[in-house]
Design a protein around this ligand. Structure first.
Ligand SMILES: Nc1ncnc2c1ncn2[C@@H]1O[C@H](COP(=O)(O)OP(=O)(O)OP(=O)(O)O)[C@@H](O)[C@H]1O
Ligand SMILES: [Mg+2]
Length: 363
């Protein structure tokens, strides 16, 4: 059996409600995998089954090559940070962090060193002697993280550990976690509903919906080659726009056409389009592939009716309409430009996505 963490044909039902119909996943030893998906899709349940806090209804789980399906959490050599963490209220921060190590009779000097290192990384050094009740929510969450970090487990499991932190701290913790992973080289499975967190930290991302894995891939793969409209609109911010469309051939050139727009297809896309003959399609346009002018002859014009433009510095986000449908564009016109309004914008036709409108599958 391979190392890492392997879930095989796992099913989870609570009573007669099945929340994970079937899930198989192989996380390689040392890999950083992020489970991402909307609320209620089964991320925490999956993590809790790996941890042994929730029994599988069917299937098996192995960790480090050992079948742990019926082992208790303690036997699995994992450290976990929960979505809803509970600190020991009567212990100060340092004691909370060192509790598991003291229980395991790790030598005092080593406990002190590991706690100090974790506290520095989590910016908790000034609070080591405080009780949890005297900390902010974000600080408490970092203590919960510290308790896991001081342990030297085979596998680390994180369930939305950054959700209580402000934006700046969240960004710096992302970097710290990536560094921690590099330094420890341990297998890490991380749950979030934040696709930016997933994209920035993961070796591979697992995108889930309704208890089913939609796609597993590197950040590059899921962004560039989403398997369906769910993944396509979930990954990327602001979200990809989907427009109804059809294929039309004019003067030997294949285009996609819909209300208010016609976009020529590149040879690569025209090749793919042949596999979809006759079917209704959705055309996917990412906001970031718009431009204020045609940067080269790969760009095609689109007339947008701009409802709202948002100034965010160097670019502007446009909430617009095309042929009566909503569309989002991000246009980089520099920080000095006035707010953009109705007009002709340009789209990079090499970045068009095509989907089967019935099934949502990528063409
Ligand atoms: N103990 C339980 N009994 C019954 N249903 C449960 C139980 N725990 C979870 N569920 C259901 O299982 C589904 C998946 O829940 P889970 O907590 O895994 O979602 P999640 O992806 O972690 O969502 P969130 O992003 O909101 O944390 C939900 O519909 C939830 O209501
Ligand atoms: Mg959850």
């Amino acid at each position: 059996m391979a190392g890492g963490v392997v879930l095989k044909d796992v099913v989870k039902a609570f009573g007669d409600v099945t929340v994970i119909p079937e899930l198989s996943l192989e996380v390689a030893e040392g890999e950083f995998v992020v489970l991402v998906g909307p609320s209620g899709c089964g991320k925490s349940t999956t993590l809790r089954m790996i941890a042994g806090l929730e029994k599988v209804t069917e299937g098996s789980i192995s960790i480090a090559g050992r079948d742990v399906t019926w082992e208790r959490p303690k036997q699995r050599d994992i450290a976990m940070v929960f979505q809803s963490y509970a600190l020991y209220p009567h212990m100060n921060v340092g004691e909370n962090m060192s509790f598991a190590l003291r229980l395991a009779r790790v030598p005092k000097a080593e406990v002190a060193e590991r706690v100090q290192r974790a506290a520095e990384m989590l910016e908790l050094t000034p609070y080591l002697n405080r009780k949890p009740k005297d900390l902010s929510g974000g600080q408490r969450q970092r203590v919960a993280m510290g308790r896991a970090v001081v342990r030297d487990a085979y596998c680390f499991l994180f369930d939305e550990p950054l959700s209580n932190l402000d934006a700046k701290l969240r960004a710096s913790m992302r970097t710290e976690l990536a560094l921690l992973h590099k330094r420890l080289g341990r297998t890490m499975i991380y749950v979030t509903h934040d696709q930016i967190e997933a994209m920035t930290m993961a070796d591979r991302i697992v995108i889930m919906k309704d208890g089913l894995i939609q796609q597993v891939g590197t950040p590059k793969e899921v962004y560039n080659d989403p398997v369906n409209t769910f993944v396509a609109t979930f990954i990327g911010s602001p979200s990809m726009t989907l427009l109804d469309g059809e294929f039309v051939e004019e003067a030997g050139r294949l285009s996609v056409k819909g209300a208010g727009y016609t976009l020529p297809l590149t040879e690569r896309l025209a090749e793919r389009a042949k596999t979809a003959n006759g079917r209704a399609i959705s055309v996917g346009l990412r906001p970031e592939h718009f431009a204020g002018s045609a940067l080269d002859d790969g760009f095609a014009p689109l007339d947008l009716k701009v409802k709202v433009s948002e100034y965010i510095g160097s670019s502007q986000f446009l909430a617009a309409e095309i042929g009566g449908a909503d569309i989002t564009a991000a246009v980089d016109v520099g920080p000095e430009a006035d707010l953009l309004s109705d007009g002709t914008y340009y789209f990079d036709t090499r970045r068009i996505y095509l989907f089967d409108r019935e099934t949502g599958r990528a063409i």
